[in-house]
Design a protein around this ligand. Structure first.
Ligand code: GLN
Length: 242
């Protein structure tokens, strides 16, 4: 039997984009791989560093406060835009949460300042004077295995508007989602996924962690004993009232 290749993960700006312990998403990916005897390799790319698009199966970026995003955004356009597009083109998974999600689009407008995005997906984000969108949130999403619930917590001042050709990750069941108005949450273009949901996201939704591993490696995963993980998911759903 040929051993399955390891999941090669690249964390983008892990020390800057890690609000709400979003780095916990990486721990879940590692655990889900290792519990199944799959290898897991973690690398990082931060300020001033580029990366090799063919060397990673899953690229991950967490959320961040506005001031960290400003520092990250310009660097990201300069050093990572081209390899990010190349990685997405070869269907590597890109998962970006909240502040990271906002930087995947065209731009993030913060008052008078326009922060550039990498243009991986067709969306714009605007931070106006209106209230922050905060609270438990549940959405329904279909990542090719039927509709499932993703439950988490959102806290964002930016409001995201998808372009005409962009598909949301899911539809809001409870909470605010992209902008509090149109019922969409997140974005999905092939294996590029952005979402406002922290939690961290993957510990509360391990089915999603497994699905991302499947998409990244082109494998089908068997079940694990998920009693504790299922309880965490149920608790996140209850918190959102779903
Ligand atoms: N700074 C962004 C906003 O408030 C994202 C915050 C976050 O990642 N939670 O819109």
């Amino acid at each position: 039997m040929t051993p399955s290749p390891p999941l090669r993960v690249l964390a983008l700006y892990p020390e800057l984009m890690n609000i709400y312990a979003d780095r916990g998403n990486l721990s879940v990916l590692r655990a889900r791989c290792e519990w199944r005897g799959l290898g897991f390799e973690l690398a990082a790319s931060s300020i001033g560093e580029s990366f090799e698009p063919a060397a990673h199966d899953l690229l991950y970026m967490g959320g961040g406060q506005d001031r960290d995003q400003v520092a990250v955004a310009r660097d990201m356009v300069e050093t990572k835009r081209d390899p990010l597009h190349a990685a997405a083109e070869r269907d590597a998974v890109v998962l970006a949460v909240c502040g990271g999600y906002q930087l995947l689009g065209g731009s993030y407008r913060l008052g008078d300042e326009e922060i550039p995005g990498v243009g991986l997906v067709d969306l714009e984000t605007v931070r106006g004077e209106r209230e922050r969108l905060i609270g438990n949130c549940a959405i329904e999403a279909d990542l090719g295995t039927g509709p499932r619930v993703i439950a988490g917590f959102e806290n964002h001042g930016g409001r995201t508007f998808l372009g005409a050709g962009a598909e949301p990750l899911g539809r809001v069941i409870r909470g605010h989602g992209n902008n509090g108005d149109d019922g969409t949450e997140g974005v999905r273009r092939r294996n590029v996924i952005g979402t406002y949901l922290h939690g961290p996201l993957l510990p509360k939704n391990v089915w999603l962690a497994d699905r991302l591993i499947e998409l990244a490696l082109g494998v089908e995963l068997g079940p694990l004993d998920d009693a504790m993980e299922d309880a965490a998911h149920a608790s996140a759903r209850r918190a959102a009232g779903v």
